[in-house]
Design a protein around this ligand. Structure first.
Ligand code: CAA
Length: 379
């Protein structure tokens, strides 16, 4: 494996780092407190090409590789994990799925504004009774000839209140089980499509998570993605790539908390010396640095494999499983190193600890990642 980053990769890493410092850091505490979506910042991220990073410029994207995506995601998530999930969902779950599987007409109409960041998208798979058990879709899409009639409820949808376009997974033919599931592009504002309640969350409070309600929504046939019955395989393929995004988000949360803890440990004095000189603190930092480096390598490996066109179900799941655990462990220790200061908002690490938890839950819980990995190694 070549560990040298290219000039282009270093440039995008630096641009994302500068953007995060200058544009995301200033009000990140207030956005978390008030559950305020980073509207202006997301707009700028779109202008920088961060919302359709890997999409072909022909469809409004930035045409970069997946390693650049990992680098940029880490830098954004170091400062604001909420902005990072908006970026991850738009890139990995929405744009990547459309670029790979949508028709030419769908790409022109939907992918181009999404990848250029003019609008953002959402991915609606989870339901009140179908989270991990994703084949048990209760949302129905009845085939009515030249359109489908969509009915049901989706839960915990990232970008739910701000998206313009939604990829919605629904069951068309229950007898065929997962082979009767379809994926559709649904536009905000269509009759019968209602945005439900906004969730009041533990973490990533600057992101916008809603339920979605579909009540006899007419979806034109041409808005189905792929062949009839392709929806579940579509969702699985998209989620494999999505897991690289969330792994990178987790990596960023961990490295952000580690950098703050290291800085604090070098300046805070106790017992007549900087606390980094106490082995109890130094060993925590040594573990953090090691685990973060390992998490980064897993993210890079999955990204390299994705760009090489390999099956990334195993490497994406490994990256997410490990990086999300590292995010949780690192942020807990970062709070501990900060002592009383770590427990108050202005030192950032308590927010990072709250933000870290979701990375072990969404886009496949850690238990689901272990299912994916164990099935893959058993093959
Ligand atoms: N990659 C590609 N295909 C996969 C796959 C993977 N990782 N996992 C399963 N599949 C395919 C199988 O090959 C099979 O296809 P065929 O029938 O064509 O061969 C089909 O999917 C069904 O697979 P299984 O029989 O293994 O189904 P299962 O019910 O036993 O298990 C599961 C499937 C892996 C547990 C799946 O349900 C799963 O991944 N669940 C987690 C769902 C998830 O990640 N939800 C996150 C919601 S999105 C989100 O959080 C977005 C957000 O807003 C941030």
């Amino acid at each position: 494996m070549d560990f040298n980053l290219s000039e282009e990769q270093l440039m995008i890493q630096q641009a994302a780092r500068d953007f995060a410092q200058n544009e995301l850091l200033p009000e990140v505490i207030e956005r978390d407190r008030d559950q305020k979506f980073p509207t202006e910042q997301v707009k700028k991220m779109g202008e920088m090409g961060l919302l359709g990073m890997m999409v072909d410029p022909q469809y409004g994207g930035a045409g970069m590789d997946s390693v650049s995506y990992v680098l940029a995601m880490e830098e954004i998530a170091k400062i604001d994990a909420s902005a990072a999930v908006v970026m991850s969902v738009n890139n990995s779950l929405v744009c990547a799925g459309l670029e790979k599987f949508a028709s030419e007409e769908q790409k022109v109409k939907y992918l181009t504004p999404l990848a250029s960041g003019k609008v953002i998208g959402a991915f609606a798979l989870s339901e009140p009774e179908a989270g991990s058990d994703a084949t048990s879709q209760k949302t129905t899409a009845e085939d009515k000839g030249d359109y489908y009639l969509l009915n049901g409820i989706k839960n915990w949808i990232t970008n739910g209140g701000t998206a313009s376009y939604y990829i919605v997974i629904a069951q068309t033919d229950p007898e065929k089980k997962h082979k009767g599931i379809n994926a559709f592009i649904v536009e905000r504002g269509w009759e019968g499509f209602e945005i439900g309640v906004k969730e009041d969350k533990l973490g990533i409070r600057g992101s916008d998570t809603h339920s979605l309600i579909f009540n006899n929504v007419k979806v034109p046939k041409e808005n189905r993605i792929g062949e009839d019955g392709f929806g579940f395989n579509f969702a699985m393929a998209v989620l494999n790539g999505g897991r690289i995004g969330i792994a990178s988000q987790a990596l960023g949360i961990a490295s952000g908390a580690y950098e703050l803890a290291l800085k604090y440990a070098k300046t805070r004095k106790a017992f007549k010396t900087e606390i980094i000189n106490h082995q109890a603190i130094a060993f925590k930092l040594a573990d953090m640095a090691t685990q973060i480096t390992a998490a980064r390598m897993l993210c890079f490996k999955a990204a390299f494999e994705k760009d090489a066109g390999k099956d990334i179900s195993e490497s994406g799941a490994m990256a997410k499983l490990y990086a999300s655990q590292v995010a949780m462990d690192t942020t807990i220790e970062a709070v501990q190193i900060h002592g009383g200061y770590g427990y108050v908002k202005e030192y950032h690490v308590e927010r990072m600890m709250r933000d870290a938890k979701i990375t072990q839950i969404y886009e496949g819980t850690s238990e689901i990642q272990r299912i994916v990995i164990s099935r893959s190694i058993a093959k």
